[in-house]
Write a protein that binds this ligand. Structure first.
Ligand code: ARG
Ligand code: ZN
Length: 876
């Protein structure tokens, strides 16, 4: 039941070719798979062929077109074993299966969504289509024939290049596709239905024309324009930055409305959650546009990092995901503001990955065991995996990193490889021993680095003492010291920077200190005045940093650092202790004050016209309630955190009222809507200012005006959020919510926002509200986006509402999980991870949480997905 990395061995049989024929029908689809195998050299002639299956119904089985004797095979719904196969000669196995796409609520394998047939095969969905060696190291060339009703499915798509098609005279038609690139089954895709299309072309760097097509529901074509633009920019960027060219005649994207994840990189035929394709100023926020750009890029970039070079086994998931996230991060940084993008990445990493790494679900970026691979599509594999790639680039420097990537593409094209193969390319080009660096892939837990400093004015020597500790995590009680690349700056009193040339005690390359020992003391000479240390610039390493620094020093960094990310970090570091102190005060039932140093630093950043508006908006966004909870670490009371944070917000708002009011006027964006980063930044700063003004005024009129005058979804949804979160029971809020619902009732993606805004209204009444919303006709418990919008955001993003002291929030979630699980285990397991930090709650809540988890664990017939998560959460 548990799969171990060390048990890996190649298959006994080599798969040469795959020919698939689909006769599509909503309830009775027939699949014929013709598979050509030969026995791998050296494998015993007695070894049987064992194929994977999942809930399959087989209706035929042939060996070289002859029926196989019953004595020569065993069939179960999860495997097919065939014996007495040729010792050396290639042979053909033909398998016929029958599927019911309409009944496939797991959304894995072949399913129907809004009358469209579509597939999701990663990680192990192909085995729900036919019996198959369903693992990423089995690469084969596929031909696909699709037969379907012409009326309801005029469009028949699969991977690769289109071969041809025709009418069949019986009301059906067929199409044939051929993908010349050997691929694993998880990259297979088929789509059939009646969809509209947006078309364009791209000319690659070697001059080949590629047809680009984005398929969406009829009538929604105009909403795919931005995705198309992002696709073309992605293709160009990958040529320019990584030297990667597209390799088929056609690249297709299909948007579907029922999808478990964000999107899927199937060869030549990406399938997307429509939320990451469709955008229109009236219905999409700036964040939606940014996500579309990033995810379109991510899936496109997989064509090289994932498809041309794939994973040997699922333990290597970060080989493609961590690397591809790094690539999409770099793309967005180049398309938008690098600093603002970095701030958003780090906020996300800290909010999602740090708690995972600090709780019962912690696992290495490259795990060594799993029960259910779907539970390892985590922020650790994706986001920490990306940070590890970024550190590779930091340790080696840009030139050697590029050389290592080139070697990787060159050496492993067409292969299924491991993290070791990847790292070896960088070791080779840099002649560095990467053994210690590789611990980032193997050791879970966020390292804690403690720093202290001393300055000797007479000798002009600055000393930095560093100590690292990697906390124990489930299954890993002791850890080795890691190679932690820390970028730093020594800021002098006048705001200039000291030169780091003469350092001893550590390797220093450029502005990077390489911390490799448990304890290390670095000495810098020739430092003419006491410097202010800015450490972990750009968040060069994903660590927790303990460094006692005075508010004055932090304010100095916030004002003078040349690295703008470090300025944001300094503001964050200034704010956190205030919020922690305010929590303690709120817990005593008193009102918290805010340090003047924080207020001054924030308002100085807010008013600094040399800083781009998007950065100023990020600077003004205080650490979240979850950030504060993490900082406190244990015995958390979400109500106190919330109340304390409200006090601090109000204090800043009152002190900065004039500045915020000026910004609210200045940052109005004139002219027609444009989703570009600069305009989005102005909207972000304006909405932040607005939100502070509402705190200062403590009445809804300003937000109501903004709601009424908004001409785009960013401003409209922000205004509605302020109204709903601050004045949930005000008649004007109730009216605004119903006006919003009436206006967008036919747009599912916008109605998701309507649910989300209400699901995140803080306070103990939230649960009642969520229950009422679940009874709304617009709620749909089978659509993953809708379930995530209401149930998911309530559990993940409403700390006070979900963590009600009476435990009702947890009991509600337990029941939801048990309700969703039989239909869609992946969705249930994902939402359940919202409880991953339950042990850091104060005792009463933690006890309620434990009981809710036990209630889930005790339920009969849990999916492997949910039982894996719940058991790890109770154990770890
Ligand atoms: N490879 C996809 C992406 O990162 C995600 C697919 C996840 N699928 C799953 N069943 N967990 O773009
Ligand atoms: Zn991916």
């Amino acid at each position: 039941e548990i799969i171990h990395l060390e048990d890996y061995r190649p298959t006994d049989f080599v798969l040469e070719r795959v020919d698939l024929t689909f006769e599509l029908d909503p309830r009775e689809t027939k699949v014929e798979a013709r598979l050509i195998f030969h026995r791998r050299e050296g494998v015993s002639p007695d070894a049987p062929l064992i194929l994977d299956g999942d809930e399959l119904k087989m209706t035929g089985l042939l060996f070289d077109q002859e029926e196989i004797l019953a004595a020569n095979y065993d069939v179960a719904d999860d495997s097919l074993t065939i014996r007495n196969l040729p010792a050396t000669a290639p042979f053909e196995i033909t398998i016929t299966t029958e599927l019911n796409p309409e009944a496939n609520t797991k959304l894995m394998g072949l399913y129907r969504t809004s009358h469209v047939y579509c597939t999701q095969c990663e990680a192990e969905g192909f085995r729900r289509i036919t019996y198959f060696p369903d693992r990423p190291d089995v690469l084969a060339v596929y031909t696909v024939n699709i037969i379907a009703d012409k009326q309801t499915a005029p469009l028949l798509l699969a991977n690769g290049n289109y071969l041809g098609g025709a009418s069949m005279g019986d009301g059906r038609h067929f199409a044939a596709w051929f993908d010349p690139h050997p691929k694993p089954s998880y990259l297979f895709a088929l789509v059939a239905g009646d969809l509209g299309v947006v078309e364009d072309t791209f000319t690659t760097m070697s001059g080949r024309d590629v047809a680009l097509k984005i398929y969406v529901e009829h009538g929604k074509e105009p909403r795919a324009a931005y995705a198309m633009d992002a696709l073309k920019r992605s293709m160009k960027w990958d040529e320019e930055v990584f030297g990667r060219e597209y390799d088929l005649d056609i690249f297709m994207i299909v948007a579907v409305s029922d999808f478990n994840m964000g999107a899927m990189e199937n060869k030549g035929l990406n399938v997307f959650n429509d939320k990451y394709v469709l955008a229109h100023p009236e219905t999409a926020t700036d964040a939606d546009y940014a996500n579309i750009e990033a995810i379109i890029a991510h899936e496109y970039f997989h064509n090289w990092t994932g498809n041309r070079i794939t994973c040997r086994d699922w333990f290597q998931l970060c080989l493609k995901e961590g690397l591809t996230v790094y690539r999409d991060h770099e793309f967005s940084a180049d398309q938008r503001s690098r600093t603002v993008k970095r701030v958003a990445e780090v906020r996300h990493l800290k909010a999602e990955q740090f708690p995972e790494d600090a709780g019962p679900l912690a696992h290495p970026v490259r795990p060594t065991k799993y029960r259910e691979i779907n539970n390892f599509y985590t922020t650790t594999v994706y986001e920490k995996g990306s940070e590890v790639t970024r550190m590779l680039a930091t340790v080696l420097g840009a030139d050697l990193f590029k050389k290592g990537m080139d070697l990787y593409f060159d050496r492993h094209d067409g292969q299924a490889v491991t993290i070791e193969d990847f790292v070896a390319c960088f070791a080779e080009v840099s002649k560095r021993d990467m053994t210690q660096f590789s611990l980032w892939y193997h050791q879970a837990g966020t390292p804690l680095v403690t720093a202290s400093t001393a300055y000797d004015a007479a000798k002009q020597i600055f000393t930095l003492s560093l100590e690292q500790m990697v906390p124990p995590t489930p299954g890993q009680s002791t850890k080795e010291p890691m190679h932690i690349p820390l970028r730093l700056g020594l800021l002098l009193e006048d705001g200039s920077e000291a030169v780091l040339s003469s350092a001893t005690g550590a390797e220093v390359t450029g502005d990077v200190i390489h911390l490799v020992e448990r304890k290390q003391t670095v000495t810098f000479t020739g430092i003419v005045s006491r410097p202010v240390l800015s450490l972990n610039r750009g968040f060069s390493a994903p660590i927790n940093l303990h460094f006692e620094q005075t508010p004055a020093d932090r304010a100095h960094i916030a004002r003078h650092e040349s690295d703008l990310f470090a300025r944001w970090q300094a503001l964050n570091d200034l704010a956190l202790p205030n919020l922690v102190a305010a929590t303690a005060i709120a817990r005593e039932g008193a009102k918290a004050e805010c340090d003047r140093a924080l207020i001054d630093a924030l308002l100085a950043a807010a008013a600094d016209a040399r800083l781009e508006p998007a950065f100023r908006a990020q600077a003004l966004a205080l650490p979240s309630e979850a950030d504060v909870a993490r900082e406190i670490g244990s015995n958390n009371n979400p109500d106190a955190i919330h109340a304390g944070r409200q006090d601090i917000m109000t204090a800043i708002a009152k002190a900065g009222r004039d500045i915020f009011s000026t910004l609210a006027d200045e940052m109005v964006v004139d002219g027609p809507f444009s989703p570009d980063a600069a305009s989005a930044g102005r909207r972000a700063l304006r909405n932040t200012a607005l939100s502070y003004l509402v705190y200062a005024e403590n009445q809804p009129d300003r937000a109501l005006d903004a709601f009424k005058s908004a001409n785009n979804m960013t401003d409209l949804s922000q205004a509605l959020t302020i109204l709903a979160h601050r004045f949930p029971d005000d008649r004007k809020t109730v009216e605004a919510l119903s006006a919003f619902k009436a206006r967008f009732g036919d747009n599912a993606l916008v109605i998701d926002k309507w649910f989300t805004i209400q699901a995140t209204i803080p306070g103990a009444d939230a649960l009642g509200r969520v229950r009422t919303l679940m009874a709304d006709p617009l709620f749909n418990s089978t659509n993953p986006n809708r379930v995530r919008a209401l149930v998911g955001t309530f559990a993940f993003s409403n700390p006070t509402g979900f963590n009600r002291a009476d435990g009702e929030g947890y009991r509600f979630l337990a029941r939801q999980i048990l309700d969703i699980d039989p239909r869609n285990p992946q969705l249930a397991a994902r939402i359940l991870t919202s409880m991953r930090s339950w042990r850091s709650l104060e005792d009463v809540r933690a006890e309620h949480a434990r009981n809710a988890l036990r209630e889930i664990a005790a339920a009969p017939k849990l999916s492997v997905d949910v039982s894996d998560i719940v058991e790890r959460m109770l154990k770890g």
